[in-house]
Design a protein around this ligand. Structure first.
Ligand SMILES: NC(=O)c1ccc[n+]([C@@H]2O[C@H](COP(=O)([O-])OP(=O)(O)OC[C@H]3O[C@@H](n4cnc5c(N)ncnc54)[C@H](O)[C@@H]3O)[C@@H](O)[C@H]2O)c1
Length: 360
């Protein structure tokens, strides 16, 4: 019989309940044996829903990590704790999936990469947008060299009024920033992955606190408290890669625009282009004509049944456990996620100093 992996969930809030636990519960070679949250009722609730009578509940992750039977830890806590908890888990001989962004700072992200190397355990980061059908299809087109050299790209993370008002999202100290580190991180990860280019050369960035200081009733998650909104409401960056390629990154939780688009990218290459903004479209020139083609991605269905496509979170969790079981490199590597954190930090630093930030 194949091994059943014992998994612990640390942080039983929004993303643990929205993604990790429901998708893990569909796999038959895992068991959720431990749940931890500083609000212990949340860990109790998670156990009742996703655990069994032997599952344990903790309020202190350090106690949880002492259980040597646990194989894998999912870190679903606020950004400022990802590095500390992930490194401690790796050092306790566990494989780790940390939520995105990898860490609050680039230095912490690098420490996580080093810890994974030192311990020989697997470390991945929850960039679930890579597992959407359009992303998977576009990645395959990129790998088939459909677009030639991709020398210009856009990473889209624009919301009009969708400021997350729960938890600690507005708290600079705990999150390290606002929309850039929260959703810009997904768009940038997707863009770098499509380009398969992890070598930034120079970054220029700006960030704004223009709408955060006013009360805005029209927010998707209700009005925010301007006093508590200490992170930026929008941030923008230009990234020039060592091979000369340019990436424009746009992120906002609140911006006066109708052009909303999140966790998407636009790619422009020598042989063609692709745009994820209004569905997946590819374009280029063929037979002396410009063409664009919409890629419709459906699962095969019949009259009375649409067919079933595995959801992005289900695929993310299945491939993560598969990487552990078959000793493969996870789809999202720690090194890739670390470069995302380094670029985001450079955008913040450039915005603060007004200077371009050069990478070694
Ligand atoms: N992949 C995605 O698309 C996605 C979406 C949402 C959130 N996230 C990420 O997930 C993380 C959590 O976000 P969320 O929306 O679930 O927040 P949340 O506030 O809903 O949940 C976080 C939970 O962690 C608990 N917690 C805090 N510190 C802890 C500690 N030291 N030990 C144990 N528990 C602790 C909190 O009590 C809370 O229940 C963030 O890093 C966020 O960026 C990712």
């Amino acid at each position: 019989m194949s091994k059943v992996y014992k998994i612990a969930i640390i942080g039983c809030g929004g993303i643990a309940n929205g993604k990790h636990m429901p998708s893990l519960s569909k796999l038959d070679n895992i068991e959720m044996v431990a749940f931890c949250d500083i609000v212990v009722e949340r860990a109790e609730e998670a156990k009742a829903k996703y655990g069994n009578e032997n599952s344990k509940v903790y309020s202190d992750y350090k106690e949880l990590l002492q259980d040597s039977s646990i194989d894998i830890v999912h870190v679903c806590t606020p950004n400022d704790t990802h590095a500390e908890i992930s490194i401690a888990a790796l050092e306790s001989d566990k494989h780790v999936m940390s939520e995105k962004p990898m860490a609050k700072t680039a230095a912490d992200a690098r420490r996580m990469v080093e810890a994974a190397k030192r311990t020989g355990k697997k470390l991945t980061v929850g960039y679930n947008n890579r597992f959407r059908s359009d992303s998977q299809y576009l990645k395959q087109l990129c790998e088939d060299d459909t677009f030639g050299e991709i020398y210009y790209a856009k990473a889209h993370a624009i919301r009009r009024r969708a400021v997350p008002t729960w938890g600690v999202f507005l708290d600079e100290e705990k999150q390290g920033g606002g929309p850039l580190i929260d959703i810009g991180t997904h768009a940038l990860d997707l863009t770098l992955w499509m380009m398969d280019n992890y070598e930034p050369k120079v970054v220029l960035g700006t960030s704004y606190h223009k709408l955060s200081s006013r009360e805005q009733a029209a927010n998707a998650w209700g009005p925010w408290d301007p006093e508590k909104f200490t992170v930026e409401d929008s941030a923008f960056g230009m990234v020039v890669m060592k091979n000369g390629a340019t990436i424009m990154l746009e992120s906002s939780w609140a911006l006066n625009t109708t052009q909303v688009s999140e966790a998407k990218c636009t790619l422009c290459g020598t042989e063609g282009g692709a745009d994820m903004v209004n569905g997946l479209n590819i374009n280029g020139e063929k037979h002396s004509r410009l063409y664009q083609q919409k890629i419709e991605l459906d699962s095969g269905g019949v009259d009375f049944y649409d067919g079933a496509t595995e959801s992005a979170p289900d695929l993310e969790m299945r491939l993560w456990i598969d990487a552990i079981e078959h000793d493969k490199t996870p789809v999202v590597t720690a090194e890739q996620a670390c470069v995302v954190s380094e670029i985001l930090e450079a955008i913040y630093e450039s915005s603060r100093t007004g200077k371009a930030i050069y990478f070694e």
